[in-house]
Design a protein around this ligand. Structure first.
Ligand code: ADP
Ligand code: MG
Length: 288
């Protein structure tokens, strides 16, 4: 399988935060959700990919090529959507489009017009008159109109109401139907991933907790419920995070088969949601 994005041992040190040698890959033609709580390092990673920040170590390849050596060529084929808007508020959508289109050799007005219609964007209105959801759609229309092979988006759904959010996710899903295109987007909302993500990379405190196909994650991780008398130093090791109360425990484990062997029929094993996985991992045994 061809990889569209490969990150190996990427490192960045700030005073109070570090990206700690993170690695993951996105195969061509898929959507990867990059999820983690606020402050976990999502925007930093995306800025490093886009070379808006200088990395302190590691390797980033996009389309199989070094992201610095081939920066210009690579960026021509990336549609990038920021978490903040970087448009001139006083320009109309049409005027802003002309400014941006001039940067791209592969700009296609026809495609842009298609998305303007699809998203029902008012081409003659000023950017400052748009709602947040409309601005996001405009960003996306721009990102999709220069034949980008990879869409990179930082929190595209943040601050949008549920209906617009769901619309936006549907659009991403449609983009991916063209097998030549791939999407990498960050979010702190797990329900964004339930619907559209093929792959999930979960970052917490600058470290990658997991990066796999969503279906594999949901098949292997499990929620285990049972009586606290079943817990000892040995059995407790099976859990990533756990909650206890007077009636028993509830824990997240990574390996369903191992749990079955360990506890035989004495526990209840359930399929976790992505929300469960994120919360138990972030909180660990804080509530034990
Ligand atoms: P996320 O996008 O997951 O919310 P960020 O990547 O924006 O997280 O930030 C991760 C951490 O790095 C935060 O603690 C943030 O304060 C810190 N950070 C981000 N950018 C800088 C910077 N330019 N200088 C110092 N610290 C930074
Ligand atoms: Mg961020």
């Amino acid at each position: 399988m061809e990889n569209i994005l490969e990150i190996k041992n990427l490192r960045k040190n700030f005073n109070n935060f570090a990206l700690k040698d993170i690695s993951f890959t996105l195969p061509k033609g898929y959507i990867m959700g990059f999820i983690g709580p606020n402050g976990s390092g999502k925007s930093t990673t995306i800025k490093l990919i886009m070379n808006l920040l200088k990395k302190d170590g590691g390797q980033i390849n996009v389309f199989g090529k070094d992201h610095l050596k081939y920066e210009k060529e690579i960026k021509n084929h990336i549609g990038f959507v920021y978490d903040e808007n970087h448009f001139y508020e006083e320009l109309t959508l049409g005027e802003m489009k002309s400014v941006i289109a001039a940067f791209y050799g592969s700009w296609e007005d026809k495609t842009f017009e298609k998305y303007i219609k699809l998203f029902q964007l008012p081409i003659n209105k000023k950017i400052k008159e748009l709602s947040k959801g409309m601005k996001m759609k405009f960003s996306l229309a721009i990102a999709l109109s220069h034949n980008a092979k990879l869409l990179i988006m930082d929190e595209p759904t943040s601050g949008l109401d549920p209906i617009i959010r769901s619309e936006l996710l549907d659009i991403l899903y449609e983009v991916i139907q063209d097998e030549d295109k791939s999407v990498f987007f960050s979010t702190h909302i797990t329900s964004d991933l339930d619907k559209v993500a093929d792959y999930i990379t979960f970052i917490h405190d600058g470290e990658i907790i997991l990066s796999s196909a969503k279906d594999d994650i949901l098949d292997n991780y499990c929620i285990v419920k049972g009586g606290t008398e079943l817990l000892n130093t040995h059995t407790q090791k099976a859990f990533i995070g756990m909650r206890k109360n007077n009636f028993g425990f509830e824990g997240l484990a990574r390996d369903r088969e191992k749990v079955q062997t360990l506890f035989k029929g004495h526990v209840i094993i359930e399929k976790p949601s992505l929300e469960d996985i994120m919360l138990f991992t972030v909180r660990g045994n804080q509530y034990a």
